[in-house]
Design a protein around this ligand. Sequence first.
Ligand code: HAM
Length: 440
Amino acid sequence: MKLIARRLRGMQDVIPGESEKWEYIEKIMKEQAKLYGFRIIRTPAVELTDLFKRATGETSDIVEKEMYTFNDKGGRDVSLRPEGTAGVVRAVLETGMHNQVLPLKLMYISSCYRYEKPQSGRYREFYQFGLEIIGGNATMADAEIIDLGNSIFERLGLKNIRLEINAICCEGCRDRYFALVRKFFDLNKHLLCDTCQSRVERNPVRIFDCKNESCKKVIRFAPLSLRYLCRDCADHLQFLKNYIDECGIELTVNPHLFRGLDYYSRTVFEFIDDSAAEPLAICGGGRYNNLSKEIGGVKINSVGLGIGMERLLEVMKRQGAKFPENKPCEIYIAPLGGPARRQSVKISHELRKVGIRAELDLVGRFIKPQMKYANKIKALYTVVIGAKEMEDKKALLKNMASGRTAEIDIDDNFVENFLRLREELDKPEIGQEESQAEQN
Ligand code: HAM
């Protein structure tokens, strides 16, 4: 039979060797976010398509081109989530969490789906670590989100990550600015690429993202939101810069940064890595004061960010960041024969019960291949239990690094026996101690 053994394009398996790295990153992220008072939220991977249309915008690339949309068996128009924020805000409104004391500080690690052209750092299934402060209008909330994102990168050992921010107007000043942008691009429409020509009417600020050379030339002269901010937006930006400065984080104001999601207002930002040929955004976020209203709820001023886990991992590897070693197998038990196997099952059960990583032969190998396996998994200690050892109720415990051995009783106190002998065998030998002292 033909093996159905191909994963879909743009999707990845995370196998042991890699999965430990993911585990480590997720652990640091959660630990750090908890320091700032964030709690975990989990939302479904599938939502009504309308949620994403209303949240990210009918004319966003995500909705127009990238969503995995289908009818479920009940005939509902549903989509796999292309990003995490919309589902979180929907869950807050639906469960009434926003009626509790605000702000809510929520974090999540969610798989997201976008039917994009797969390339390095761009997948069709990817994971986002998201942070949302729901119900916090103070500029300090924007600063806290950025500071937390930055502190995660620092803890993970990343270097030279650039922070870019922009202020893209609020409900108050947006209409006037958007009208100006539309007018400007309309006048220069003949110089724009086909995609951008179609954006002029529908979503003119999306043109700022275009990488086409002729569009870039036009964009250089386009009106910038920074010059059209209302008083509140201008103050917000100035305070944000001050607060971020207090956290010791460098930032650049990039007046062309708009980001591709329609729900943002006022603050947008990105953390960018330049260690590869092309700059790579490992994190993006911003303020979204209107999203909850847009999807039918009350207005809740909010701000958040999303970190692309695959991109983060890629950058960490590229920069040579350190990952912790895995906990080694502390003892490998090699049984030979039926009664020894039964004894080994008992011993390994007891060892694991007290938190010692123990392994035993599960394949029925002879002794030599068992020892080869113990070496491969880098077991620190081994013990071989055959018929003779069962009869004597004693076996040899071997420290695999030094080769030193000690006799261990195979009785009901095996765990204590092991802990005591391990301590002895872990100590350097007398001669070793002296040569160590001489070396020092
Ligand atoms: P986003 O910029 O679309 O924002 O995505 C956040 C991060 O996800 C990006 O900076 C990038 O690292 C990663 N990412 C995006 N698309 C892909 C892809 N195709 N493959 C791999 N990684 C990708 C959001 O999604 C917002 N929900 C962030 C947010 C949260 N804003 C407020 N709260």
